[in-house]
Design a protein around this ligand. Structure first.
Ligand code: ADP
Ligand code: MG
Length: 290
């Protein structure tokens, strides 16, 4: 490869809003056939809002939101921001806070051990949802929302339902990736039903859901073991290892520094359509060289 043509490629990239770590990066896009996309913050806006707070029988919804908000105040997760914002400013103090990466948060509030996170996380701690809460959970998931369970003192007390929207450029972005002959795959820690709903909306057939942050990298490796050459697009701390593992890592410029550092390319504006531009540019640049 002639360095000059590659340098032209990186210069054109900057004009398109793509930051390229080094000219050699363009080489790895040549054989990419699969694009793995993180859901939250990549295909969706990542700006979540609380849609509904449901209390278990005999519990108070305001109290559910207040204790959940107190804990989430200490977390940077998009879900946490939504819940803390909805809970307002006058929140109780939290002791012994622990972030359970990809699962939820825990800590002591008002003398109670409080757990907020995936319903399955609470179930593992023997805090099972009542049949009414279970029904609310299923309904929320079917709508593409994310139900967050809240429990304290050994019992599930309620659900906070959060949701974000698909970016209006995502459908077009997926179409462009397909036009380049690439197979899109949606990869997320979120529940299967919510993931499927987003996938249907933007035209992705393959969904890998309920994946723990530590397992995202294993999913990329599994696709590579099938002989695929994988580009991964992500924005979160939980995507960093997978971005580094992928044959080509693309970070959203609107995402975390950790994701940007782990990637080969950064899409400055966070517009997913630029992912297709990046791959097309790389192919064209390499075609010039040949
Ligand atoms: P994604 O892959 O969509 O970026 P994560 O791996 O960060 O999602 O989280 C996966 C799931 O874990 C979330 O959908 C949520 O159910 C739960 N979760 C993670 N962090 C939190 C938190 N701070 N509060 C509540 N739930 C959380
Ligand atoms: Mg994300």
């Amino acid at each position: 490869a002639t360095p000059t043509a590659l340098m032209v490629g990186t210069g054109r990239g900057a004009q398109l809003g793509i930051l390229i770590k080094g000219p050699e990066v363009l080489e790895s896009t040549r054989r990419v056939d699969t694009v793995v996309l993180d859901k939250t913050g990549t295909v969706t806006t990542g700006v979540m809002t609380v849609q509904k707070v449901v209390a278990a029988e005999g519990e108070d919804a305001d109290e559910v939101l207040r204790l959940a908000g107190a804990l989430e105040h200490a977390s940077e997760h998009p879900i946490a921001r939504a819940i803390a914002t909805a809970a307002g400013d006058e929140l109780p103090m939290v002791e012994d806070f622990t972030n359970l990466e990809g699962l939820g948060v825990q800590g002591v509030v008002d003398g109670y051990a409080v757990l907020v996170g995936r319903p399955r996380l609470l179930a593992e701690w023997s805090q099972h949802l009542s049949p009414e809460l279970e029904a609310e959970m299923t309904a929320a998931q079917a709508e593409g929302s994310t139900p967050v369970a809240v429990g304290w003192d050994g019992r599930a007390r309620g659900l906070v339902v959060v949701a974000d929207a698909v970016k209006d450029t995502s459908g077009e972005a997926i179409r462009r990736l397909r036009d380049l002959g690439l197979t899109p795959v949606l990869l997320t820690g979120d529940n299967e039903a919510a993931a499927r709903r987003v996938a249907d909306e933007v035209g992705i057939e393959t969904v890998i859901a309920d994946v723990l942050p530590a397992d995202k990298v294993a999913e990329v490796q599994r696709l590579q073991a099938e002989g695929r050459v994988v580009a991964m697009v992500g924005d979160g701390v939980n995507d960093a290892a997978a971005l580094a593992q992928a044959d080509l890592g693309l970070a959203m410029g609107t995402g975390t520094d950790v994701a940007i550092e782990a990637s080969d390319l950064t899409l400055v504006s966070g517009d997913l359509r630029v992912a297709a531009d990046a791959i097309r540019l790389a192919r064209r640049t390499l075609a010039t060289i040949k």
